[in-house]
Design a protein around this ligand. Structure first.
Ligand code: 5GP
Ligand code: MG
Ligand code: MG
Length: 183
């Protein structure tokens, strides 16, 4: 493990761990009301949503099931390619399920819009989205996202599951990555 010199690699903390956890409690309370009496399947999008899923699912009061999907649209760069590939599909049959997709961030919206189209043909009773972060200024396509944690400026961020070249996922806060790291 490299000695932590992370301070020089981020320019600004945008959302602290404390703010994230408080927001997850808030969203979980709303989801508990909205899905009262229904069976909820959380679908996490690997790998960025791992931290959100871990904390959000435990903030939910009731019983939920969980599944994961891995798609790629980014490679190791910082721009969305718009080309989405399934790397790992769901293990669960979505038929008649109430699905809540759990995402780390909506940037261009291309990945989620592709996923929503993909899910539409699988016979779910409902499909909604919870994204912890959204960059409104980066949107290329509109995504119907029922629950949003924080709207952030159009900057490349890392931490709380979000990576750059697989690094920084374990940072507790969400921070802007210093451009010198990737340029
Ligand atoms: P999209 O542009 O398709 O909405 O974003 C696709 C995926 O790219 C997101 O789910 C996320 O994993 C990754 N991504 C988008 N913006 C950022 C960012 O600012 N930082 C990091 N680390 N990943 C991002
Ligand atoms: Mg993601
Ligand atoms: Mg990534």
């Amino acid at each position: 493990m490299r000695a932590a010199d992370v301070q020089s690699e981020i320019t600004e903390v945008l959302v602290t761990e404390e703010q994230i956890l408080a927001k997850l409690e808030e969203v979980a309370a709303q989801v508990a009301v909205d899905y009262a009496g229904k069976e909820l399947l959380l679908v996490g999008v690997l790998k960025g949503a791992v931290m959100v899923m871990a904390d959000f699912s435990r903030a939910l009061p009731g019983e939920v099931t969980m599944d994961w999907m891995a798609v790629s649209s980014y490679g190791t760069g910082t721009r969305s390619s718009g080309v989405v590939q399934i790397r790992k599909d769901l293990d669960t049959d979505l038929h008649d399920k109430h699905v809540l997709i759990v995402e780390d961030i909506i940037d261009s919206g291309l990945t989620l819009s592709w996923l929503l189209t993909n899910f539409a043909s699988r016979g779910a009773a409902s499909v909604e989205v919870f994204a912890l972060l959204r960059k409104p200024d980066a949107a290329k396509v509109h995504v119907d996202c029922r629950y949003v944690g924080f709207e952030i400026p159009n900057e490349f961020v890392v931490g709380y599951g979000l990576d750059y070249a697989e690094k920084y996922r374990n940072l507790r806060d969400v921070a802007i990555l210093a451009p010198h790291v990737y340029s």
